[in-house]
Design a protein. Structure first.
Length: 566
């Protein structure tokens, strides 16, 4: 491809719009709502946000930024039984961490409970809603099927006066939970099951995290959501595909109430391999102690990914790359890891760590001597400078970097072969020491004092380069190595009677010890860096200078592969 063709392709990709942006640009062109764009991110505060929500956050706030509009943060808090201030606080933190700001536009569906109640009164007065005394099971039994009309409630034809009286008494707390509901009169013959006299209000004698005990009736999500959009003047109400069948009801309420006509647009939710996205299932993992809380680094929650060391930019770039679609699909988790690795490669400092130590003794290095060598902080960014790494007679290297009976193309350390110690010297293995079981406990080497900095003094080539830590200066640390939380690509794919937890990976977390250079003690909790030749790590939030705890973020694509024989 020529440079001209490449530039043309880039321009074409920049101009390419997803189907939501096409809707938005068409509305702007036609001056709908005077060309104003106003979106919202409307989480229910009944759990922590996950990577799927991150996609929605990026989409809603991203549209507002692109088209010079506004985006609200609105908590759809219509079910006090499962909602908590803890979730509200965590959602705020996650949205801010991703880099978005809602200004003074933080709202709650509960802000509008009085107005939504009046909307219900209007529908009752217009003969469009009624109080029903059927149980949930009875309602389900009378809904019919998509090909067969349902049966009307025996309470459907109550008078307006009777419905108003009963609804007010529901509000005043005269009836027990589950004894009465308010239902819309949309008809029982629609092929869309959502349109068959849906429930608008139910009785719940529960304390609400914001309204306290003022209400004992709460609007259903379908009745509160669209009306909240209208009250806020939301021009484009963007939601996932499972709400596509709800759109006719969304529009019916708008039409019957004569309120601001927000436009609902659906897109495919995010599905990722080896991951579950159901908040109900994630809550189950937390409550049943399959993981160590919502921010367990194995969890697909935003806070879990943050603790693991993922960056906000990586998540935003991932969301931008996968785009939005109308059809459900599954994204390979390796794509997310690619963006994490790509960002960390640019911004993290390097240090050396040995995970499975084997002692190396440099026999011709003076006893008691040590020296500081220069180590590059990040070869991708010279402005990040260098740091000192101590070197001494006794070192730790990785067990995998030595082989007694090495094959022909093995370029790491073996008896009689020379390798480069990263930032240090050329060394050659002269002999090995074994214990009574035959296990290698030490390797003895000699070093070339003229090869300081890993530079050849006479032009000779050394193919292997390995990392190390000075045994005298090594800092012991804990490492938490994470694998997939589930052992199969689709954890929800279980046989009849099975459970998604049956697909959990029993080896998703391995805790061990490692040795790191003392430079690691200069970092603070949640700092990120690369263990050279191993991967990217994050210092855990619970780490201290006395106890370093490293969470492995993502593996490293070894750029030294050819020279170290990996």
């Amino acid at each position: 491809m020529t440079e001209k063709e490449h530039l043309s392709k880039e321009t074409e990709e920049v101009k390419s719009l997803n189907f939501i942006e096409e809707f938005v640009e068409d509305d702007i062109k036609n001056q709908k709502h005077a060309g104003r764009i106003h979106t919202r991110f409307p989480p229910e505060p009944n759990g922590y946000l996950h990577i799927g929500h991150a996609k929605s956050i990026c989409l809603n706030f991203g549209l507002a930024l692109k088209y010079n509009g506004l985006c609200n943060l609105r908590f759809d808090d219509t079910n006090p039984v499962v909602e908590d201030v803890e979730y509200v606080d965590s959602i705020r933190e996650d949205v801010r961490w991703l880099g978005f700001d809602w200004g003074d536009r933080e709202f709650y569906a509960s802000d509008y409970f009085d107005q939504i109640y009046e909307f219900a009164i209007k529908l009752i007065k217009d003969g469009k809603a009624f109080v029903c005394e059927m149980s949930g099971e009875e309602v389900s039994a009378t809904r019919g099927t998509p090909n067969q009309a349902g049966n009307e409630s025996p309470y459907r034809n109550r008078t307006v006066a009777e419905n108003l009286d009963l609804f007010e008494r529901m509000k005043n707390g005269e009836f027990a939970d589950g004894t009465k509901t308010l239902r819309a009169k949309t008809g029982m013959d629609s092929p869309n099951m959502q349109m068959r006299d849906p429930v608008m209000y139910r009785i719940k004698h529960a304390h609400h995290h914001r309204t306290g005990d003022k209400w004992c009736i709460y609007p259903m999500y379908d009745f509160a959501h669209g009306q909240s959009d209208s009250i806020e003047g939301i021009t484009h109400s963007i939601c996932t595909l499972e709400f596509e069948n709800h759109r006719p009801l969304y529009n019916w309420y708008i039409q019957e109430l004569g309120i601001f006509p927000s436009r609902q647009i659906e897109f495919a939710r995010l599905n990722i391999t080896f991951t579950v996205m159901s908040k109900r299932k994630l809550l189950q993992l937390v409550k049943e102690n399959y993981v160590n809380g919502w921010d367990d680094p194995r969890m697909p929650t935003i806070c879990g990914m943050r603790r693991r060391g993922y960056t906000a930019l990586a998540l935003r770039n991932f969301a931008d790359r996968i785009g939005v679609a109308k059809r459900e699909n599954i994204i390979d988790i390796s794509l997310l890891e690619f963006f994490v690795r790509e960002d960390l490669n640019k911004i993290t400092q390097r240090l050396m760590a040995v995970m499975n130590p084997l002692k190396m003794v440099i026999t011709n290095y003076p006893e008691g001597k040590s020296e500081d060598l220069d180590a590059t902080n990040n070869p991708e960014d010279e402005t990040m400078g260098k740091h000192n790494v101590p070197f001494s007679r006794e070192l730790f290297i990785e067990q995998d970097d030595f082989m007694e009976d090495a094959p022909k193309n093995y370029f790491r350390l073996t008896v009689g072969q020379e390798v480069r110690l990263r930032y240090a010297y050329f060394v050659k293995c002269t002999n090995i020491v074994k214990d009574e079981t035959g296990k290698i406990t030490e390797i003895h080497c000699t070093y070339d004092p003229e090869s300081k900095g890993g530079k050849s003094p006479d032009g000779r080539k050394v193919k292997g380069t390995i990392h190390w830590v000075s045994a005298q200066h090594a800092v012991k640390a804990e490492t938490r190595l994470y694998d997939r939380l589930f052992s199969v690509e689709n954890p929800d794919d279980v046989p009849e009677g099975g459970d998604f937890k049956d697909n959990m990976n029993p080896n998703s977390l391995t805790i061990s010890e490692c040795f790191v250079e003392p430079f690691a003690k200069t970092f603070k909790a949640m700092d990120k860096f690369q263990f050279e030749r191993i991967g990217y790590f994050c210092l855990d939030k619970d780490a201290t200078t006395e106890k370093l705890i490293f969470n492995k973020t993502v593996g490293l694509k070894d750029t030294w592969a050819k020279v170290v024989g990996k």
